[in-house]
Design a binder for this molecule. Structure first.
Ligand SMILES: Nc1ncnc2c1ncn2[C@@H]1O[C@H](COP(=O)(O)OP(=O)(O)OP(=O)(O)O)[C@@H](O)[C@H]1O
Length: 394
């Protein structure tokens, strides 16, 4: 398949569409980049140059290397990376289940690593956590599971009951209060986990692969619940996942970890629309409308003298035309163009995605020639690439 940058650049020159020549071939750690909060606003969480190593029989494992970023209050912040990238280590540094070897994590300006035991207990009550496998006690009812942290903290039974009832209302499980976890679906178990995590009215909720064990429908409903809770309670949510669809669904910003390093971070729509790191592109691949297998099998680099179609990929990154793709602009491809595959997603108000179009080679040549005099053609697409050719079907 001919997907060379050269092809893309040639087309850019002809029709005035910017390819991205600065795309790095390999991932380098992103420059130390704090998100600048609005003037005078202290970030809720600050990670300042944290590193964590573990000894292992095969040598030292660098779980985290000089990781720096901030999370704003009320934000839903996603951390993504492949297995072993360092996500859990990073998440657990927030509630001091892990202490970095160097660097510091601060919450409301207070360094977590400097707290004594009492202060740590208090801090952990301000931080709820939910888990992939829910961590419910099977011998306790839903009500008792949710109320357990309050009982441990010595809260009076009538107060516990009122608080648990309110939380079960919030997560839509009031009718399951006296049921045991074995009788619940995965989605319902995670709702119990969420209610339990909120029992101390935390300011931060940590989600450790909270939807990884759920079917797509339950995943959707849990993500919707998390978003509602975040906006109702002003909760800051930090979640880790290996699934970009989760990030797309609820996060405001995302940080991509690879081998313990930050390789990319930013607003979700920007990262999805124009990923810079190879690790990010690999994670995004399952969500993209790639070339269907039947077309890929037919694709050739050169038609020779045969008649045939060119296959074009048009990519829209949501930046220049956030509202969507103008059909009028697509019509500039001419009456012989066929839209064959693809789609757009709307992420935080930015329409982005890619479309595959086939076009007789003669029409494409004519467009390129016209494009030489009219650099505004196709300006709706941020990137146009010739994927290859298919011979005319007899
Ligand atoms: N307690 C430990 N002792 C030794 N090595 C560890 C320990 N905890 C984590 N590691 C190693 O540190 C690296 C990062 O682990 P971490 O669990 O943070 O990654 P992750 O991105 O959360 O992975 P996964 O998605 O598989 O859970 C891995 O190589 C892991 O094997």
């Amino acid at each position: 398949m001919n997907t060379s940058l050269n092809t893309a650049l040639n087309i850019s020159a002809l029709i005035g569409v910017e390819a991205n020549p600065s795309t790095p071939a390999t991932d380098k750690p992103a420059a130390k980049a704090y998100t600048t909060p609005a003037a005078g606003v202290q970030p809720h969480l600050v990670f300042d140059n944290i590193s964590r190593q573990y000894p292992s029989p095969t040598g030292t494992v660098h779980a985290l290397r000089e990781v720096s970023f901030t999370v704003a209050r009320g934000e839903i912040f996603g951390i993504i990376g492949r297995s072993g990238a360092g996500k859990s280590t990073l998440l657990r540094s927030i509630n001091a289940l892990e202490i970095p070897d160097t660097g510091a994590v601060a919450i409301n300006g207070l360094k977590v690593g400097s707290l004594d035991e009492d202060a740590l207990v208090k801090l952990r009550r301000r931080i709820g956590m939910i888990f992939q496998h829910f961590n419910l006690l099977s011998a306790k009812t839903v009500r008792d599971n949710v109320g357990l942290p309050l009982r441990v903290a010595g809260v009076a039974p009538e107060q516990i009951r009122a608080r648990v009832d309110a939380l079960l209302d919030l997560v839509g499980l009031r009718d399951k209060a006296d049921v045991y976890p074995a009788k619940l679906s995965g989605g319902q178990k995670q709702r119990v986990g969420i209610a339990r995590a909120l029992v101390h009215e935390p300011e931060i909720l940590l989600c450790d692969e909270a939807t990884s064990a759920l079917d797509p429908e339950s995943t959707q409903s849990i993500l919707t619940l998390l978003r509602d809770i975040s906006s109702k309670m002003g909760l800051t949510i930090v979640l880790i996942t290996h699934d970009m669809a989760v990030i797309r669904e609820i996060c405001d910003r995302v940080l991509v970890l690879n081998h313990g390093q930050v390789v990319e971070q930013g607003e979700v729509w920007r990262v999805f629309g124009d990923p810079q790191a190879e690790a990010t592109r690999a994670l995004l691949r399952p969500l993209q409308h790639g070339l269907p297998a039947d077309l890929a099998a037919q694709l050739i680099d050169d038609l020779g003298n045969q008649a045939g179609d060119v296959l074009l990929s048009l990519r829209f990154n949501g930046s220049a035309h956030p509202q969507g793709v103008s059909l009028q602009q697509l019509a500039l491809l001419g009456p012989d163009a066929t839209l064959i595959h693809g789609g757009l997603d709307r992420i935080r108000g930015h329409a982005q995605g890619n479309l595959l179009v086939s076009l007789p080679v003669a029409s494409w040549e004519a467009i390129k020639i016209r494009g030489g005099n009219n650099n505004d053609r196709f300006q709706g697409a941020d990137f146009i690439e010739v994927l290859g050719y298919v011979p005319a079907r007899t």
